[in-house]
Design a protein around this ligand. Structure first.
Ligand SMILES: [Zn+2]
Length: 840
């Protein structure tokens, strides 16, 4: 499942606002009472500009919020004009003799300090700056004013007002418009006064003296509130947002504040969707359009609200919204319309009602929307691009779904849940005359659908319905190109400079065309079997029914009750495209991908990661579950080979000469994508993730490990789990003789930090009375001084089971000794597939 990605604060293409229109709106606003519309308010936020009357010379003005410390040592401060009585931005400039500003931000965790150091060459942010622009909806303005009015800190500098306004107005405008929706949400909060300091945003754009332009944010509405980062141009010319650090605010960490609860939750979706051939012809070569009516039943939390944030695919146009049958306002971000219409990316928008809805009340929001979100991939083969965002959503909370699709007779459409109604439609009709209605028996987090010209094979396991669909036709991308080969007459041979083609016979060979249904039965029986196996290990899945259907491409995605499986998995290994033919990729497409996506029925759909930094818990576990299935099917050796392959991948050096594993801790999530090695995110999330689970399994033992996973599913059913919650759970399952502290060390080293040690064992065996004594040391290298790992030393005998001694490594050689009855035949580090380490 893709996590919501951090959006950078890049300035984007802006629509020109006609001056006349702006004037009209301004006039409308002057007379506006509290029934101001969202659009009017957004416009006045964008138009506010700096207030030349509110310019101050400041000295030794400091401002702290959560982990952010700002010092305006010497310079000018100019506020923006008020909007609805509130000033929403301020500019500081150090453009005076000896002028200076400073920001201090200390990340509270080692992994975050590593991240900061990677980007800024220092584990802590302490940067002097020439200028700063703050945009806020919190108490910042009020607090700054309080200080300015104190003796000696600030004094009015009216002579500088017009100058600074002219210099900064357009910058303020450009930056502020990135926050217009957010500011509208905050300003139209019916409980604005009491919510301001707790819910308000603080954003800062800083012109650093050594680090250049960068940003910081404190946003109480985010899972992790504090962020610092920088927009950078990559070598390929594409801008990328580098996240320097991202963590929970001090008040949340210390427990003095609580994370914000969502203002409302969608409890029920009823969606009526029509799939339309773009030219009315599904046998054509075009994508399909989706036109839908989504009714979202929401329940408000303990506060009343006027503004309701939603998201939808950028390729979907939301045409209108009604709230409880009455038209309401739709407001989109002004700046985002120039962006490419990537259907997999989301567009944020808000619904604004003219009168606040009461706390704890239920309401129905009815959206009309349409867009081209299904692309054509071959005859009867479609690619649903907007798999998770084809209907308006707010947050990914669990909701019930009632889905009705109208679509052309020639297609099969699948969706999660129970098929309640079906109309076959008319064969003679290319229009959307076929109807299917699906209802989910339990709440789910997101509903997908898939469609095509399919064959179907069903599993026959009692209590479960497993349907696996495959495309009847091959997508065009997988049709091999005819190869032209030259056959040279024997007598000629190749000589430099000679045109051999003329005298050679050209032969065109037609490669085997892959059968898109070649492995349909195999996939179906494997999916059924591993669905059963996981149920026996983890408990009930998200739903008792599972539909698997193909998706063009080399990936899979596991939605509740619905798996999208790469079309390559349906093709016999010998017929797969070249890139899929390496041994590792064959295992991936034949064995791992389907089990991984099936495992997501539990990991990601029953239990959900709390945030981006916790995504590894579900991805690593989906992967490791698939590996356990492989182990059961093909034996422990295959699992070990895979782990060794993963270790080699993690130790592979990237272009900077560092091992891929060193790109960052697994908890950085998508931030790993910004690293220099392109594969870092994938390798660390999936492969190190699997290793983390494997090491936990080895330390807990199989029985406790499986009990722990069953408890994970049970305790967090339809809930979110954090890395800390998971650490606490593991602690409960360590064997009696293992200290709980070792779990903390394990997480600190393997989860929150980086490092794969090289380990060297030295030992001696000596007779001791009638017994034997093994003593030795383990030396660790290639990791930081504070790295420690628990490593098993395996003492093997000619007969009977080996004896294991766990040794905790450190930067000093770690000693161990054991008294044994028999002379051992071998003493070895059990690192092969017990601990992630390099051989030495
Ligand atoms: Zn996955």
């Amino acid at each position: 499942m893709p996590a919501a990605r951090m959006q950078g604060f890049q300035s984007t293409v802006r629509l020109l606002v006609l001056p006349a229109l702006a004037l009209l709106l301004a006039a409308a606003l002057r007379g506006a009472s509290d029934n101001v519309t969202g659009a009017q308010l957004a416009q006045s936020i964008r138009d506010a500009g700096l207030d030349q009357e509110e310019c101050y010379r400041v000295r030794d003005l400091s401002y702290y919020k959560e982990d952010i410390k700002l010092y305006f040592h010497d310079g000018y401060l100019i506020f923006s004009k008020p909007v609805r009585g509130e000033r929403l931005s301020v500019v500081f400039t150090a453009d005076v003799e000896g002028g200076d500003g400073e920001i201090i931000l200390f990340p509270p965790f080692k992994g975050e300090r590593q991240s900061m150091a990677r980007f800024t060459q220092s584990p802590n942010l302490d940067e002097h700056f020439n200028a700063a622009l703050l945009v806020f909806s919190d108490d910042t303005a009020r607090q700054l004013y309080e200080q300015i009015t104190q003796e000696g800190v600030g004094k009015k500098a009216l002579e500088m007002g017009p100058l600074l306004r002219d210099q900064w107005d357009s910058v303020v405008k450009n930056v502020t418009e990135n926050f217009d929706l957010r500011l509208v949400i905050d300003l139209l909060n019916p409980n604005r006064e009491s919510a301001r300091s707790r819910e308000g945003l603080l954003f800062g754009a800083i012109a650093g003296k050594t680090l250049g332009n960068f940003d910081f944010v404190d946003d109480p509405r985010q899972e992790q509130q504090i962020l610092a980062g920088q927009m950078k141009d990559r070598s390929n010319g594409e801008p990328q947002y580098d996240i320097w650090t991202h963590f929970s605010a001090r008040s949340i960490r210390t427990g003095s504040g609580k994370p914000l609860e969502e203002g409302f939750k969608v409890r029920h979706y009823r969606i009526e969707a029509s799939i339309l051939g773009m030219s009315g012809d599904v046998s054509g070569s075009q994508g399909l359009k989706l036109r839908g009516v989504t009714e979202a039943t929401i329940r408000l939390g303990k506060n009343s609200l006027r503004v309701f944030p939603f998201e939808v695919s950028r390729a979907i146009q939301v045409k209108s919204v009604e709230v409880d049958g009455k038209p309401a306002e739709l407001l989109f971000r002004e700046t985002s319309r120039g962006k490419a219409l990537r259907p997999d990316q989301n567009e944020a928008f808000v619904v604004v009602v003219s009168e606040a809805l009461a706390a704890a009340s239920d309401h129905v929001l009815k959206f009309q929307h349409e867009g081209s979100v299904i692309s054509f991939a071959g005859k009867g083969v479609y690619f649903v691009e907007a798999r998770s965002n084809w209907y308006p959503q707010s947050g990914f909370n669990f909701a019930d779904y009632d889905l009705t699709f109208h679509y052309p007779h020639a297609l099969t459409l699948v969706a999660p849940g129970d098929l309640k109604e079906e109309e076959p439609g008319s064969q003679s009709d290319n229009s959307e005359s076929k109807i299917s209605r699906y209802v989910t028996p339990v709440p789910i987090r997101v509903a997908g659908f898939n469609l095509g010209q399919y064959e179907k094979v069903s599993g026959n396991d009692p209590g479960f319905r497993v349907d696996v669909y495959g495309n009847r036709n091959l997508e065009y991308a997988l049709v091999p190109k005819p190869r032209e080969t030259l056959q040279l007459p024997n007598s000629i041979g190749l000589r430099p400079g000679r045109n051999t083609a003329a005298s050679a016979a050209s032969v065109t060979t037609l490669p085997v065309v892959p059968d898109p249904l070649g492995r349909l039965r195999e996939v179906a029986s494997d999916v059924s079997a591993c669905f059963q196996y996981f149920t026996s290990l983890f408990g009930p899945p998200a739903m008792n029914s599972l539909t698997v259907a193909p998706v063009p491409g080399s990936f899979g995605q596991g939605f509740p009750g619905l798996v999208y499986l790469s079309t390559i998995a349906y093709i016999e290994p010998t017929e797969r495209p070249a890139f899929a033919r390496s041994l590792q990729n064959q295992v991936f497409f034949s064995d791992l991908i389907e089990a991984h996506e099936v495992a997501h029925q539990w990991w990601g759909n029953v239990v959900v990661s709390a945030g981006n930094q916790d995504e590894w818990i579900m991805e690593g576990l989906a992967n490791y579950s698939a590996m356990m299935w492989l182990e059961k099917k093909k034996g422990a050796k295959v699992l070990e080979q895979l782990l060794q392959q993963y270790r080699d991948d993690l130790l592979t050096k990237d272009q900077t000469g560092h091992p891929i594993e060193a790109a960052g801790p697994i908890t950085w999530g998508y931030r790993l994508e910004a690293s220099d090695s392109a594969s870092a995110w994938r390798v660390i999330t999936y492969e190190k993730g699997a290793w983390i689970y494997h090491m936990i399994r080895k330390r807990l033992g199989d029985e406790r490990f499986l009990k722990m996973l069953a408890e994970l599913r049970h305790r967090y059913e339809f809930k979110v789990v954090t890395t800390e919650g998971f650490r606490a759970l593991v602690k409960e399952y360590v064997p009696p003789k293992v200290s709980k502290n070792s779990v903390d060390l394990f997480f600190d080293n393997w989860v929150y930090s980086t490092g794969v040690p090289s380990l060297k064992l030295s030992y001696a065996v000596k007779p001791a009375a009638k017994q034997w004594k093994v003593s030795g040391t383990i030396e660790q290298s290639a990791v930081d001084n504070d790295f420690t790992a628990e490593v098993p030393v395996e003492i093997q005998f000619a007969k009977g089971p080996s004896q294991i001694v766990w040794v905790e490594t450190s930067d000093e050689p770690a000693t161990f000794s054991a008294t044994i009855q028999d002379l051992p035949v071998k003493v070895a580090l059990g690192t092969g597939t017990t601990v992630l380490a390099a051989k030495k």
